[in-house]
Design a protein around this ligand. Structure first.
Ligand SMILES: *Cc1c(COP(=O)(O)O)cnc(C)c1O
Length: 340
């Protein structure tokens, strides 16, 4: 295990030893099982494969400065997965089962938890899928809830760095009253093409507009959007945005740091007025945005001079990561220490 180069780990799948699984059959959850297989055996007519009955979550375990391993707001992930489950007619996973499965998966793979100071973390991926066979469109009668973990490298290898993004008008990731607000794989399938086109043009991500009117900012693929102006943290409210736990935490932090917080529709024209903008999510915490290009209007909004993140993004990023890595007291009660 001394052979893992923690500092150069990519954000990618890296094999660990065990995962945990639990099946829902005959209307109830069974026992948590430990598996050493990376594969799932399921019926070829499973509803997850044909009709997208799939919910997932993403969170991390962090080794702190004190050597303790912490989870960040895991109850929020439990609630969000159940919100997704209800929306696509899957059984809810009891919060205690959800958390127990995560702690078990982390403990069983303790040797893969990256050490403090490397920037690397243990990424945790819970998923809930319909595994029973159905040919007609209807919910499955059987489900699998599972959790696997994989060590991932620091998102910003050369430090916290601003990126360029583009407004995407040609495609939407979600419909106005569709599944944008829940964490289903289908939203990602819908975003792959526009993400690839953005990458081909040299942008780190595409920013989607509200799918109904195309007047407001929604979010950027896998991360929520926020803008800063006049000591105010402003983030879009929209039916088609996935409620990010990182964004929720940044709103609370901003308020705690004496800023105002607004969650409301953000018209495209407001991009002109922001002093800083960023995208936020578990993977990067904050991706400060250097510029946003709107190709159809031949407009470019620039936020960073000389490639440096703005002071507010920097402060929020430092505070949140300091709590996650146990470098400062957790004044919000967001973290949970795992006894290994
Ligand atoms: C998971 C996700 C996010 C980020 O949520 P966090 O809880 O902060 O990791 C943002 N947008 C979408 C579409 C997502 O699926």
């Amino acid at each position: 295990m001394n052979t893992i180069d923690w500092k150069n780990l990519p954000f990618n799948y890296f094999k660990t030893d065990y995962n945990v699984r639990c099946y829902w059959r005959n209307g109830k959850w069974g026992e948590l099982e430990v598996s050493s297989s990376e594969y799932i055996v399921m019926h070829m007519a499973a509803t997850t494969l044909h009709y997208g009955q799939e919910a997932f979550e993403g969170l991390k375990a962090y080794t702190g400065k004190d050597g303790k391993v912490r989870l960040f707001r895991v109850e929020e992930n439990a609630r969000r997965m159940n919100n997704t489950a209800r929306y696509i007619l899957m059984p809810e996973v009891p919060e205690e089962l959800f958390i127990e499965a995560i702690i078990k998966a982390v403990k069983l793979n303790a040797k893969y938890i990256p050490p403090y100071g490397t920037g690397a973390t243990l990424y945790i991926r819970p998923l809930l899928i319909g595994v029973g066979p159905e040919v007609g469109v209807r919910p499955s009668k059987e489900y699998l809830f599972m959790v696997f973990v994989t060590p991932v490298g620091a998102y910003f290898k050369e430090g916290f760095k601003p990126v360029n993004m583009m407004i995407c008008r040609e495609y939407d990731r979600a419909a106005p009253l569709g599944t944008g607000h829940v964490k289903v794989g289908g939203n990602y399938a819908a975003s792959l093409l526009s993400m690839e086109l953005a990458h081909e043009k040299g942008f780190a991500a595409a920013i989607y507009l509200d799918p109904k009117e195309k007047k407001y900012i929604d979010e950027s693929g896998p991360a929520n959007f926020f803008g800063i102006k006049n000591n105010t943290y402003i983030t879009p409210a929209s039916r088609s945005i996935l409620p990010s736990i990182t964004n929720k935490s940044l709103m609370e932090l901003a308020q705690d740091l004496g800023m105002k917080v607004e969650r409301r529709p953000v018209p495209l024209e407001e991009l002109e007025e922001f002093e800083e903008t960023g995208a936020c999510g578990t993977a990067a915490v904050i991706s400060p945005i250097k510029s946003i290009v709107d190709p159809d209007n031949q407009k470019i909004y620039v936020y960073c001079k000389d490639d440096k993140p703005g002071p507010v993004c920097t402060r929020l990023y430092e505070q949140l990561t300091a709590i996650q890595f146990g470098e400062i007291p957790d004044r919000f009660g967001w973290t949970r220490v795992i006894d290994l």
